[in-house]
Each structure stands twice: as C-alpha cells, then as structure tokens.
Ligand binder design. Structure first.
Ligand SMILES: Cc1cc2nc3c(=O)[nH]c(=O)nc-3n(C[C@H](O)[C@H](O)[C@H](O)COP(=O)(O)O)c2cc1C
Length: 311
C-alpha cells in the first residue's frame, strides 16, 4: 500500500501533519516529552507569552463541566525573557515547527514580543492571541472590535517576516467579519476558536466555582460551535485556518478539515491523554486508509453541502 501523505502547507510553513498542540494546554511543550516525540507534531504551539511574567488569576481557576471544562488561568506565564533564556534552548533540541503564542495589553506589547522573538533562532511563527483586554481602549479585547483587530494586525505585519497567525475569539457577534478584518490587516492564517465565556455555580454555597466568576469554556461541548465558525470563516477568507475546539479523535479532526481547516489543534484532550495528538493523527490516517485517500490535503474544505439545504 502507498504511504499516506499527511503533510500540509500552512502560511508558508510545511507541516509534517495537520495536528498541532493548542496553546496553554501543554505548557511550553516540555511537559509532553515523557509522552511523545515533539518532532512528530505538525507544530508545537506554546502557552501564551507576554512581555513581563504574569501570575495569572487566584484559584479556583479550573472547573470540570458537562462535556468540557472552564478555565480562568489568566494567561500565567514566565514572560518573554525567561522564555528566550530558559525554554527556547531546550525546545531547539527538538526538530519541531514552533509557533509562539503571544499576548499583550497594548499594541506596543505585541510589537515588543514580535521584535524580540523574531530575532530568535528556532521560532517558526507567531500565533497572536487577541482575546486580551486592550488597556488603552478601556479594556475591550483586541479580538472583539473589528477596527481594533485590523489595526493590530496591520501594525504587527511589517515587523516580522515570520508567519502571523491570528487566534480569533469566538466571543463576538460576527466571526466572519473578524476573520475578514484579520486577513485585511495582513494575517497569514487564522486559528479558530479560543474559549467561549462561561460560568458555573456551586448551589450549596451559592458561590461561583471560579474565583473570577466567569472563565473560558473548552472541550467537546464547544466543538459544534468551533466547527460552524471554521466553516463560515473558510467561506470568507483565502488564508488558511487552523481549527480548534473539542477535538478528541481522528474523526473530530476530519470534521474540521472537511469544514475548511488546513490544520487542527488539540487542547483540552491533553488533560485526559497527554499523547492525544498522536492518537488523533493515527485516527486521521485510519480514516484516510478506510476511504482510500492518499493525501490528507484532499480533505481540506471537501465537505459536501447542498446549497439549498444551508440554514
Ligand atoms: C487551561 C487552558 C489554558 C489555555 N491557555 C491559552 C493561552 O495561553 N493562549 C491561547 O491563545 N489559548 C489558550 N487556551 C485556549 C486553547 O488553546 C483552545 O483554543 C481552546 O481550549 C479550545 O480548544 P479545546 O476545546 O481543544 O481545548 C487555553 C485553554 C485551556 C483549557
């Protein structure tokens, strides 16, 4: 039997497989080393990095929910300089495509991150988390206001030759408009979706489970929403989309590819199985073999939708 081709091109990068980690769900990737060889991943996306270290939110900041989990980690991280000095040298030992997720509270924060990290060997591109409050604009998240989003992307674009992948927030009225704005600003790709705002309450104490009351919902519960957003965005933009939200199996990943994603990320599934990426890759290969498909690329956007049946 001919070997299945799992490679996909993405934003100027060539990925061995379409399966990558989702930011924040496996630290800086080093936590995965006992479970898998990082060079097998399509890409490693590390936990969000800010200019200065962040402590994150007080506990409790994780709560299991039906079909998912709520988190309010608060983007805790070691900061840009410690990442460069302590983590990056260790990641360079592994031959994997490395995407650094970055977050800021102002355009200048993002610019400092892009400037400093672009100089570093071993970083292949950026995933820009825009679900962060913009302190200069009264705390409205960069990813919630179309003009603010486009301005941020256009501001960062000339600062680096590395791919800029914009990770969109689903907590917006019109995800298609946001996708279009990111593309207009010069994004090389999009990641959809970040967590969905949610909450849960302990009825005995009548207190919210999370110290911050509201957190971000992830896991299988959000998969249909993520899929719908990927499908809608894919119809609008030309740039590649990375689908993320509730993927546990190869079939889940295939759904995203068919809906128009060029690659997928595995997030919450890591808390159940740290080798989830490998399981998902095997599941995709199994699907391709079962259907006599030789290259995973053939699945991208290959959903069959009868136009008269669209809602
Ligand atoms: C504990 C936790 C931490 C996360 N941290 C980040 C982060 O630092 N930056 C980011 O862009 N997304 C972060 N996310 C969002 C995930 O990368 C992903 O977009 C989301 O969880 C949906 O995918 P999933 O359902 O497969 O987890 C985090 C998610 C979880 C559960």
């Amino acid at each position: 039997m001919t070997k299945i081709d799992m490679s996909v091109p993405l934003a100027g990068l060539s990925l061995k497989t379409p399966v990558m980690t989702a930011s924040g769900t496996c630290g800086y990737g080093l936590d995965l080393l006992p479970y898998l060889d990082l060079s097998r991943l399509g890409a490693l996306v590390v936990k969000g990095i800010s200019v200065e270290p962040r402590q994150g939110n007080p506990p409790p900041r994780i709560m299991e929910t039906c079909g998912g989990m709520l988190n309010a980690i608060g983007l805790e991280n070691i900061g840009m300089e410690a990442f460069v000095a302590e983590v990056l040298p260790r990641l360079r030992e592994h031959r994997t495509v490395l995407l650094v997720n970055i977050l800021g509270e102002s355009e200048e924060d993002y610019a400092r991150l892009v400037d400093r990290l672009s100089e570093q060997e071993g970083i292949d591109g950026f995933e820009v988390n825009v679900s962060c409050p913009n302190v200069r604009r009264g705390g409205i998240a960069f990813g919630s206001d179309p003009a603010t989003l486009e301005h941020l992307v256009a501001f960062l674009r000339p600062r680096t030759e590395k791919p800029l992948i914009i990770k969109l927030s689903p907590n917006v009225t019109d995800i298609v408009d946001m996708a279009g704005r990111a593309e207009a600003g010069g994004a090389d790709g999009l990641t959809l979706i970040n967590t969905i705002r949610g909450m849960s309450v302990d009825v005995e104490s009548r207190r919210p489970h999370l110290a911050t009351v509201v957190g971000g919902l992830s896991g299988p519960a959000i998969k249909p929403i993520a899929l719908r957003m990927v499908w809608e965005a894919a119809a609008r933009v030309q740039i590649p989309i990375i689908g993320v939200g509730g993927i546990l199996s190869g079939e889940d990943a295939v759904e995203f590819l068919l809906a128009g994603a060029s690659a997928v990320q595995i997030g919450t599934a890591h808390f159940r199985n740290p080798a989830a990426c490998i399981e998902v890759m095997a599941g995709i290969e199994g699907y391709l073999a079962r259907h006599g498909i030789q290259a995973v690329r053939e699945l991208i956007g290959a959903i069959r939708v009868d136009p008269s049946r669209e809602a």
